[in-house]
Design a protein around this ligand. Sequence first.
Ligand code: SF4
Ligand code: SF4
Length: 384
Amino acid sequence: MKEMIYRAIGKTDMSASVIGLGTEHLDGKPYETADEVIGAAMEHGVNIMDLFMPGETVRGNIGRALRGKRDKMLIQGHICSTDINEQYDRSRDLKTIRKYFENLLRCLDTDYIDFGMLFFIDSEKDYSEALEGDALRYALELKEKGVIRAIGASSHNPLVARRVVETGIVDLLMFSINPAFDMAPGGIDVLDYLGEAAIDYEKNIDSGRAALYRLCERKGVAITVMKTLGAGKLLSPKYTPFAKPLTVPQCIHYALTRPAVVSALVGYSNRREVLEALQYLDADEADKDYSAVIDKYQGDFKGNCVYCNHCLPCPSGINIAEVNKYFDIAVLDEANIPPGVHAHYKALEKHGADCISCGSCEKRCPFSVPVVKNMEKAGMLFGF
Ligand code: SF4
Ligand code: SF4
């Protein structure tokens, strides 16, 4: 298996493996399962996990599985995740959230958490309760004391998540991303939906999701992805909303080709599933190409790049998806291109100005993207 790839996490000094570990499938399972899954993932370089569950047993099992290697794993630990009345819940009450966060440290047998995640900021109410109340004050206090290294947040709502990112307080956002969510009409609750016949993909309207990813890239806020496989439904002929199911490498690649994304978190129940996801590292471009599955459901994607690279090869060696990605972010405010975006663009081997206007990419692009014009404009905007 090829070596793991790591991406820098925004403005922090940390880097995340492109494939991460969602731990929800370890809930209700014995210690041996946690040990098997975490062991297999870490053997292959996975270094980031999300742990949102409030239960002591699963927290303890994960802590035990990490014994002796805690420092090799970046942990997203959630502030506000509770199990009040034995039901998985969220609280914004200081006394309660402190109790649960301290319990997390104890269960994991650690004195720090890498990312203190403000949990489940989905509504305006969540925003005001968490970011204008005790939860944020508590997170800032933890950061000041070095108990958390950085502040993050989790959300499923692009509009509320944009407000969170605009505060400049968070370094990391965990957000639900997959092609079904991104191509669904705006305004639907993605948590309630996947594969419902009632959703009309032809009537796609802007849901603000692409704008969120671009905003994160501009602000230097990294994204880790939840619902990468759409709870497995995107892989299923029965439940997929598309004409055919996606594969695991296609789902992971879709997530990793959104702006600002550093890691696609996948939940695993056993070693086999870990290895299946890690096969992404060995997959070739054709295996990862998701464009043929989603190209019939273009909606507002028509004319806009989805960063699939189906248009390659380019005789000039341009990574067309990457140039388009940074171009899309730069045009949001041409006079103020963030230095991070400029640096990422500069780091590409070839740039917009290297385009020889052969037009072969446009013939291959299923989304009618004006690539030649984009390359020319990118070259002018960035200066090369
Ligand atoms: S230009 Fe078209 S084919 Fe190329 S990366 Fe963008 S959407 Fe995909
Ligand atoms: S038009 Fe430009 S970007 Fe497209 S394949 Fe030709 S050289 Fe590459």
